[in-house]
Design a protein around this ligand. Structure first.
Ligand SMILES: [Zn+2]
Length: 418
Protein backbone atom coordinates (compact mmCIF):
# COMPACT_ATOMS: atom_id res chain seq x y z
CA UNK A 1 0.00 0.00 0.00
CA UNK A 2 2.76 2.39 0.95
CA UNK A 3 4.44 1.55 -2.30
CA UNK A 4 1.32 2.59 -4.29
CA UNK A 5 1.28 6.00 -2.58
CA UNK A 6 4.91 6.44 -3.49
CA UNK A 7 4.14 5.61 -7.13
CA UNK A 8 1.27 8.11 -7.10
CA UNK A 9 3.61 10.74 -5.68
CA UNK A 10 6.11 10.10 -8.48
CA UNK A 11 3.39 10.29 -11.15
CA UNK A 12 2.09 13.60 -9.73
CA UNK A 13 5.60 15.02 -9.64
CA UNK A 14 6.17 14.06 -13.28
CA UNK A 15 2.85 15.60 -14.25
CA UNK A 16 3.74 18.81 -12.41
CA UNK A 17 7.04 19.09 -14.29
CA UNK A 18 5.33 18.47 -17.63
CA UNK A 19 2.61 21.04 -17.00
CA UNK A 20 4.89 23.70 -15.64
CA UNK A 21 3.21 27.05 -15.42
CA UNK A 22 4.88 29.64 -17.59
CA UNK A 23 4.18 33.34 -17.36
CA UNK A 24 4.46 33.71 -21.14
CA UNK A 25 4.92 31.31 -24.03
CA UNK A 26 5.74 32.84 -27.41
CA UNK A 27 4.54 30.41 -30.07
CA UNK A 28 5.77 29.77 -33.57
CA UNK A 29 8.05 32.78 -34.14
CA UNK A 30 11.32 32.74 -36.06
CA UNK A 31 13.86 33.07 -33.25
CA UNK A 32 17.18 34.74 -34.00
CA UNK A 33 19.56 34.55 -31.05
CA UNK A 34 23.07 35.15 -32.44
CA UNK A 35 24.90 34.31 -29.19
CA UNK A 36 23.41 30.81 -29.19
CA UNK A 37 23.43 30.33 -32.98
CA UNK A 38 19.66 29.96 -33.04
CA UNK A 39 17.99 30.87 -36.33
CA UNK A 40 14.70 29.07 -36.91
CA UNK A 41 11.08 28.60 -35.88
CA UNK A 42 10.98 27.95 -32.14
CA UNK A 43 8.86 28.64 -29.06
CA UNK A 44 10.12 30.68 -26.12
CA UNK A 45 8.97 30.17 -22.51
CA UNK A 46 9.34 32.87 -19.88
CA UNK A 47 8.81 32.76 -16.12
CA UNK A 48 9.86 34.88 -13.14
CA UNK A 49 11.43 37.46 -15.41
CA UNK A 50 13.77 34.93 -17.05
CA UNK A 51 13.91 32.91 -20.22
CA UNK A 52 13.09 29.31 -19.25
CA UNK A 53 13.68 27.66 -22.59
CA UNK A 54 13.81 28.10 -26.34
CA UNK A 55 12.58 24.89 -27.96
CA UNK A 56 10.24 23.39 -30.51
CA UNK A 57 6.63 22.89 -29.32
CA UNK A 58 6.56 24.19 -25.76
CA UNK A 59 3.28 23.23 -24.06
CA UNK A 60 0.99 26.23 -23.57
CA UNK A 61 -1.65 24.47 -21.45
CA UNK A 62 -0.61 26.16 -18.21
CA UNK A 63 0.78 29.40 -19.62
CA UNK A 64 -0.68 32.60 -18.19
CA UNK A 65 -0.24 34.40 -21.52
CA UNK A 66 0.35 32.92 -24.96
CA UNK A 67 1.76 35.10 -27.73
CA UNK A 68 1.07 34.18 -31.33
CA UNK A 69 4.31 35.03 -33.14
CA UNK A 70 3.67 33.13 -36.36
CA UNK A 71 5.31 34.96 -39.24
CA UNK A 72 7.25 37.23 -36.89
CA UNK A 73 10.85 37.37 -35.71
CA UNK A 74 11.60 36.83 -32.02
CA UNK A 75 14.92 38.37 -31.00
CA UNK A 76 16.65 39.52 -27.79
CA UNK A 77 15.53 42.97 -26.60
CA UNK A 78 17.41 45.57 -28.61
CA UNK A 79 20.30 47.47 -27.02
CA UNK A 80 20.85 51.01 -28.26
CA UNK A 81 24.30 52.13 -27.09
CA UNK A 82 24.11 55.72 -28.34
CA UNK A 83 21.16 57.70 -26.99
CA UNK A 84 20.56 60.99 -25.18
CA UNK A 85 18.02 60.52 -22.41
CA UNK A 86 19.08 63.05 -19.74
CA UNK A 87 15.88 65.00 -20.30
CA UNK A 88 15.34 68.03 -18.09
CA UNK A 89 13.73 71.43 -17.90
CA UNK A 90 16.79 73.71 -17.90
CA UNK A 91 16.40 75.58 -21.20
CA UNK A 92 20.12 76.26 -21.78
CA UNK A 93 21.45 72.85 -20.76
CA UNK A 94 21.31 71.16 -24.17
CA UNK A 95 21.53 67.32 -23.69
CA UNK A 96 22.45 67.52 -20.00
CA UNK A 97 19.23 68.04 -18.02
CA UNK A 98 17.89 69.99 -20.99
CA UNK A 99 15.35 69.85 -23.80
CA UNK A 100 17.64 68.33 -26.47
CA UNK A 101 17.34 64.96 -24.72
CA UNK A 102 14.32 62.65 -24.84
CA UNK A 103 12.66 60.43 -22.22
CA UNK A 104 13.41 56.70 -22.71
CA UNK A 105 9.78 55.52 -22.74
CA UNK A 106 9.01 58.01 -25.50
CA UNK A 107 10.75 55.76 -28.02
CA UNK A 108 12.21 52.60 -26.45
CA UNK A 109 9.55 49.91 -26.11
CA UNK A 110 7.68 50.86 -29.27
CA UNK A 111 10.85 50.07 -31.23
CA UNK A 112 11.83 46.84 -29.46
CA UNK A 113 14.49 48.51 -27.31
CA UNK A 114 14.83 47.30 -23.71
CA UNK A 115 18.23 48.83 -22.88
CA UNK A 116 19.49 52.29 -23.78
CA UNK A 117 22.92 53.66 -23.07
CA UNK A 118 23.15 57.39 -22.67
CA UNK A 119 26.23 58.53 -24.58
CA UNK A 120 27.86 61.14 -22.40
CA UNK A 121 24.98 63.50 -21.68
CA UNK A 122 26.11 63.58 -18.05
CA UNK A 123 29.59 63.99 -16.57
CA UNK A 124 30.92 63.33 -13.08
CA UNK A 125 29.25 66.48 -11.73
CA UNK A 126 25.80 65.76 -13.14
CA UNK A 127 25.58 61.94 -13.09
CA UNK A 128 23.93 61.71 -9.63
CA UNK A 129 21.14 64.01 -10.85
CA UNK A 130 20.82 62.00 -14.09
CA UNK A 131 20.48 58.83 -12.03
CA UNK A 132 17.77 60.26 -9.77
CA UNK A 133 15.90 62.05 -12.51
CA UNK A 134 16.02 59.44 -15.30
CA UNK A 135 17.69 56.10 -14.53
CA UNK A 136 15.81 55.43 -11.28
CA UNK A 137 12.38 56.33 -12.63
CA UNK A 138 12.53 54.75 -16.10
CA UNK A 139 10.97 51.43 -17.05
CA UNK A 140 13.61 51.08 -19.76
CA UNK A 141 17.02 49.85 -18.54
CA UNK A 142 19.23 52.94 -18.69
CA UNK A 143 23.03 52.68 -18.62
CA UNK A 144 25.52 55.43 -19.38
CA UNK A 145 28.81 56.51 -20.84
CA UNK A 146 30.12 59.24 -18.53
CA UNK A 147 31.34 62.33 -20.36
CA UNK A 148 34.96 63.26 -19.72
CA UNK A 149 33.63 66.81 -19.30
CA UNK A 150 32.43 67.19 -15.69
CA UNK A 151 29.35 69.12 -16.80
CA UNK A 152 28.55 66.61 -19.56
CA UNK A 153 26.84 67.91 -22.70
CA UNK A 154 25.64 71.14 -21.14
CA UNK A 155 26.46 73.15 -24.25
CA UNK A 156 29.25 73.77 -26.74
CA UNK A 157 31.28 76.17 -24.55
CA UNK A 158 31.27 73.74 -21.61
CA UNK A 159 32.39 70.92 -23.89
CA UNK A 160 35.51 72.84 -24.97
CA UNK A 161 36.71 73.47 -21.41
CA UNK A 162 39.72 71.20 -20.97
CA UNK A 163 40.02 72.32 -17.32
CA UNK A 164 36.74 70.45 -16.64
CA UNK A 165 38.13 67.17 -18.06
CA UNK A 166 39.31 65.36 -14.96
CA UNK A 167 40.23 61.69 -15.36
CA UNK A 168 40.48 61.08 -11.62
CA UNK A 169 37.06 62.41 -10.63
CA UNK A 170 35.48 60.80 -13.70
CA UNK A 171 36.93 57.40 -12.74
CA UNK A 172 35.77 57.79 -9.12
CA UNK A 173 32.16 58.35 -10.20
CA UNK A 174 32.41 55.57 -12.82
CA UNK A 175 33.52 53.13 -10.13
CA UNK A 176 31.00 54.36 -7.58
CA UNK A 177 28.16 53.76 -10.03
CA UNK A 178 29.66 50.77 -11.82
CA UNK A 179 26.28 49.06 -12.19
CA UNK A 180 25.17 51.90 -14.47
CA UNK A 181 28.28 53.45 -16.01
CA UNK A 182 29.66 51.33 -18.85
CA UNK A 183 32.28 53.63 -20.34
CA UNK A 184 33.70 57.12 -20.84
CA UNK A 185 32.61 59.44 -23.66
CA UNK A 186 34.52 62.02 -25.65
CA UNK A 187 32.36 64.33 -27.78
CA UNK A 188 32.00 67.64 -29.60
CA UNK A 189 35.55 68.86 -28.95
CA UNK A 190 36.83 71.24 -31.58
CA UNK A 191 40.35 72.00 -30.37
CA UNK A 192 43.53 70.61 -31.86
CA UNK A 193 44.70 68.96 -28.65
CA UNK A 194 44.36 65.34 -27.64
CA UNK A 195 43.46 66.31 -24.04
CA UNK A 196 39.87 64.91 -24.05
CA UNK A 197 41.03 61.60 -25.55
CA UNK A 198 43.99 61.35 -23.17
CA UNK A 199 41.90 62.12 -20.09
CA UNK A 200 39.12 59.75 -21.18
CA UNK A 201 41.63 56.92 -21.69
CA UNK A 202 43.15 57.58 -18.27
CA UNK A 203 39.70 57.37 -16.68
CA UNK A 204 38.88 54.29 -18.78
CA UNK A 205 42.06 52.57 -17.64
CA UNK A 206 41.44 53.35 -13.97
CA UNK A 207 37.81 52.22 -14.05
CA UNK A 208 38.56 49.38 -16.51
CA UNK A 209 35.84 50.38 -18.96
CA UNK A 210 35.85 51.31 -22.67
CA UNK A 211 35.93 54.77 -24.19
CA UNK A 212 33.45 55.89 -26.84
CA UNK A 213 34.67 58.56 -29.25
CA UNK A 214 32.53 61.11 -31.08
CA UNK A 215 35.51 62.78 -32.72
CA UNK A 216 34.02 66.27 -32.74
CA UNK A 217 35.63 68.48 -35.33
CA UNK A 218 38.76 70.55 -35.65
CA UNK A 219 40.58 72.53 -38.29
CA UNK A 220 42.68 70.89 -39.62
CA UNK A 221 41.00 67.60 -38.61
CA UNK A 222 42.87 65.39 -36.15
CA UNK A 223 44.15 62.12 -37.61
CA UNK A 224 41.85 59.14 -37.08
CA UNK A 225 44.80 56.88 -37.94
CA UNK A 226 46.59 58.23 -34.88
CA UNK A 227 43.37 57.89 -32.86
CA UNK A 228 42.82 54.25 -33.84
CA UNK A 229 46.36 52.95 -34.01
CA UNK A 230 48.22 54.97 -31.40
CA UNK A 231 45.64 56.15 -28.89
CA UNK A 232 42.65 53.80 -28.54
CA UNK A 233 42.76 50.38 -26.94
CA UNK A 234 41.10 47.17 -28.14
CA UNK A 235 37.47 47.37 -27.05
CA UNK A 236 37.16 51.14 -27.44
CA UNK A 237 34.30 52.37 -29.61
CA UNK A 238 34.28 54.79 -32.55
CA UNK A 239 30.73 56.13 -32.94
CA UNK A 240 29.35 58.09 -35.93
CA UNK A 241 31.47 55.73 -38.03
CA UNK A 242 29.69 56.67 -41.29
CA UNK A 243 29.78 60.42 -40.71
CA UNK A 244 31.20 62.74 -43.34
CA UNK A 245 31.83 66.27 -42.11
CA UNK A 246 34.34 68.82 -43.36
CA UNK A 247 36.09 69.13 -39.98
CA UNK A 248 36.39 65.41 -39.23
CA UNK A 249 38.36 62.73 -41.05
CA UNK A 250 36.14 59.97 -42.48
CA UNK A 251 36.81 56.21 -42.63
CA UNK A 252 36.11 55.98 -46.38
CA UNK A 253 38.57 57.72 -48.71
CA UNK A 254 36.31 60.01 -50.76
CA UNK A 255 38.69 59.95 -53.74
CA UNK A 256 38.89 56.18 -54.12
CA UNK A 257 35.56 55.37 -52.42
CA UNK A 258 37.21 52.63 -50.40
CA UNK A 259 37.69 52.09 -46.68
CA UNK A 260 41.13 53.36 -45.67
CA UNK A 261 43.57 50.49 -45.06
CA UNK A 262 44.34 51.49 -41.46
CA UNK A 263 40.60 51.29 -40.66
CA UNK A 264 40.70 47.57 -41.44
CA UNK A 265 43.76 47.33 -39.17
CA UNK A 266 41.87 49.19 -36.44
CA UNK A 267 39.06 46.66 -36.69
CA UNK A 268 41.59 43.84 -36.41
CA UNK A 269 43.04 45.57 -33.37
CA UNK A 270 39.60 45.34 -31.74
CA UNK A 271 38.14 48.82 -32.13
CA UNK A 272 34.37 48.68 -32.46
CA UNK A 273 32.66 50.76 -35.17
CA UNK A 274 29.24 52.03 -34.09
CA UNK A 275 26.70 53.82 -36.32
CA UNK A 276 25.36 56.53 -33.94
CA UNK A 277 23.10 57.76 -36.76
CA UNK A 278 22.01 61.10 -35.21
CA UNK A 279 21.00 64.16 -37.14
CA UNK A 280 24.02 64.67 -39.41
CA UNK A 281 26.26 61.75 -38.48
CA UNK A 282 25.25 59.18 -41.10
CA UNK A 283 26.02 59.78 -44.79
CA UNK A 284 25.34 57.22 -47.52
CA UNK A 285 28.43 58.60 -49.25
CA UNK A 286 30.37 56.81 -46.47
CA UNK A 287 28.07 53.90 -45.62
CA UNK A 288 27.45 52.64 -49.14
CA UNK A 289 31.07 52.28 -50.27
CA UNK A 290 31.93 50.83 -46.85
CA UNK A 291 29.15 48.23 -47.11
CA UNK A 292 30.09 47.49 -50.71
CA UNK A 293 33.65 46.82 -49.62
CA UNK A 294 32.46 44.48 -46.87
CA UNK A 295 32.94 46.88 -43.97
CA UNK A 296 29.87 46.57 -41.74
CA UNK A 297 29.22 48.26 -38.39
CA UNK A 298 29.87 46.32 -35.20
CA UNK A 299 26.84 47.95 -33.61
CA UNK A 300 23.71 49.72 -34.84
CA UNK A 301 22.75 52.67 -32.65
CA UNK A 302 20.61 55.75 -33.10
CA UNK A 303 22.10 58.80 -31.35
CA UNK A 304 18.45 59.58 -30.67
CA UNK A 305 17.66 63.05 -29.34
CA UNK A 306 14.99 65.72 -29.73
CA UNK A 307 16.03 66.61 -33.29
CA UNK A 308 17.24 63.30 -34.77
CA UNK A 309 14.10 61.45 -33.66
CA UNK A 310 11.95 62.95 -36.43
CA UNK A 311 14.47 63.40 -39.24
CA UNK A 312 16.13 60.71 -41.38
CA UNK A 313 16.87 58.51 -38.35
CA UNK A 314 13.46 58.04 -36.61
CA UNK A 315 14.25 54.93 -34.53
CA UNK A 316 16.58 51.94 -34.30
CA UNK A 317 14.31 49.83 -36.51
CA UNK A 318 14.63 52.41 -39.27
CA UNK A 319 18.42 52.24 -39.00
CA UNK A 320 18.33 48.41 -38.95
CA UNK A 321 15.97 48.37 -41.96
CA UNK A 322 18.33 50.52 -44.02
CA UNK A 323 21.20 48.20 -43.10
CA UNK A 324 19.09 45.40 -44.59
CA UNK A 325 18.51 47.55 -47.68
CA UNK A 326 22.28 48.06 -47.97
CA UNK A 327 22.91 44.31 -47.99
CA UNK A 328 23.30 43.13 -44.40
CA UNK A 329 21.25 40.03 -43.64
CA UNK A 330 18.69 39.74 -40.86
CA UNK A 331 20.97 37.65 -38.61
CA UNK A 332 23.79 40.19 -38.86
CA UNK A 333 21.44 43.13 -38.28
CA UNK A 334 19.99 41.49 -35.16
CA UNK A 335 23.49 40.68 -33.88
CA UNK A 336 24.56 44.31 -34.36
CA UNK A 337 21.63 45.49 -32.23
CA UNK A 338 21.82 42.83 -29.48
CA UNK A 339 24.80 40.58 -28.78
CA UNK A 340 27.49 42.87 -30.26
CA UNK A 341 26.51 46.00 -28.32
CA UNK A 342 26.11 43.87 -25.14
CA UNK A 343 29.74 42.86 -25.60
CA UNK A 344 30.90 46.41 -26.36
CA UNK A 345 29.50 47.64 -23.04
CA UNK A 346 30.61 44.46 -21.23
CA UNK A 347 27.08 43.53 -20.22
CA UNK A 348 26.96 40.02 -21.61
CA UNK A 349 24.11 39.14 -19.27
CA UNK A 350 22.01 41.01 -21.86
CA UNK A 351 21.47 40.56 -25.60
CA UNK A 352 20.64 36.85 -25.78
CA UNK A 353 17.94 34.28 -24.98
CA UNK A 354 19.90 31.60 -23.10
CA UNK A 355 17.96 29.64 -20.47
CA UNK A 356 18.15 31.70 -17.29
CA UNK A 357 18.82 35.00 -19.09
CA UNK A 358 16.86 38.14 -18.25
CA UNK A 359 13.71 37.92 -20.39
CA UNK A 360 14.19 41.01 -22.58
CA UNK A 361 12.61 40.13 -25.91
CA UNK A 362 11.54 41.99 -29.06
CA UNK A 363 9.04 40.56 -31.52
CA UNK A 364 9.48 42.15 -34.92
CA UNK A 365 7.50 42.15 -38.13
CA UNK A 366 9.60 42.31 -41.29
CA UNK A 367 7.13 43.95 -43.63
CA UNK A 368 7.46 43.69 -47.39
CA UNK A 369 6.61 46.65 -49.58
CA UNK A 370 8.11 49.80 -51.02
CA UNK A 371 9.99 51.86 -48.48
CA UNK A 372 12.35 54.84 -48.53
CA UNK A 373 15.39 55.53 -46.38
CA UNK A 374 17.06 58.90 -46.77
CA UNK A 375 20.03 60.62 -45.17
CA UNK A 376 20.46 64.24 -44.07
CA UNK A 377 22.09 65.13 -47.37
CA UNK A 378 18.88 64.18 -49.18
CA UNK A 379 20.07 60.96 -50.78
CA UNK A 380 17.23 58.43 -50.77
CA UNK A 381 17.60 54.68 -50.93
CA UNK A 382 14.64 52.47 -51.72
CA UNK A 383 14.12 49.24 -49.86
CA UNK A 384 11.65 46.37 -50.01
CA UNK A 385 11.60 45.54 -46.30
CA UNK A 386 10.93 47.47 -43.13
CA UNK A 387 11.10 46.25 -39.55
CA UNK A 388 8.23 47.13 -37.26
CA UNK A 389 7.90 46.30 -33.56
CA UNK A 390 4.96 44.05 -32.66
CA UNK A 391 5.81 43.38 -29.04
CA UNK A 392 8.43 44.17 -26.43
CA UNK A 393 8.98 42.16 -23.26
CA UNK A 394 11.19 43.66 -20.57
CA UNK A 395 12.25 41.55 -17.61
CA UNK A 396 9.53 38.99 -18.36
CA UNK A 397 6.66 41.49 -18.65
CA UNK A 398 4.91 42.59 -21.81
CA UNK A 399 5.54 46.33 -21.99
CA UNK A 400 4.37 46.95 -25.58
CA UNK A 401 1.91 45.03 -27.77
CA UNK A 402 1.04 46.80 -31.04
CA UNK A 403 -1.76 44.54 -32.25
CA UNK A 404 -2.70 42.64 -29.12
CA UNK A 405 -1.02 39.36 -30.09
CA UNK A 406 -0.91 38.24 -26.45
CA UNK A 407 -3.76 36.05 -25.19
CA UNK A 408 -5.13 37.27 -22.87
CA UNK A 409 -4.06 40.75 -23.94
CA UNK A 410 -4.04 42.01 -20.35
CA UNK A 411 -3.66 39.99 -17.18
CA UNK A 412 -6.63 41.10 -15.05
CA UNK A 413 -4.85 40.93 -11.68
CA UNK A 414 -2.27 43.39 -12.96
CA UNK A 415 -4.99 45.85 -14.03
CA UNK A 416 -6.77 45.58 -10.69
CA UNK A 417 -3.58 46.30 -8.78
CA UNK A 418 -3.00 49.61 -10.56
ZN1 LIG B 1 25.36 61.64 -29.44
Amino acid sequence: MKRNYFLLYILCAVHFVQAQQYAIVIKGGHVIDPKNNIDGVMDVAVSDGRVVSVAKNIDTAQAIQVVDAKGLYVVPGLIDIHTHVFFGLEPDHSYSNGPEAVRPEGFSFRSGVTTVVDAGSSGWRSFPLFKRQVIDVSQTRVLAFLNIVGEGMRGWAYEQDTRDMDAKLTAIIARQYKDFIVGIKVAHFSGNEWTPVEEALKAGNTANIPVMIDFGGSNPPLSIEELFMKRLRPGDIFTHCFGQLHDRESIVDTLTNTVKPFVWDARKKGIAFDIGFGEISFAYSQAMPAFKGGFRPNSISTDIHARSINTAMKDILNVMSRCLAMGMDMQAVVKAATWNPAGEIKHQELGHLSAGAIADIAILNLRNGKFGFFDYKGYKMEGSQRLECEMTIKGGKIVYDLNGIANPVIIKTVVQKQ
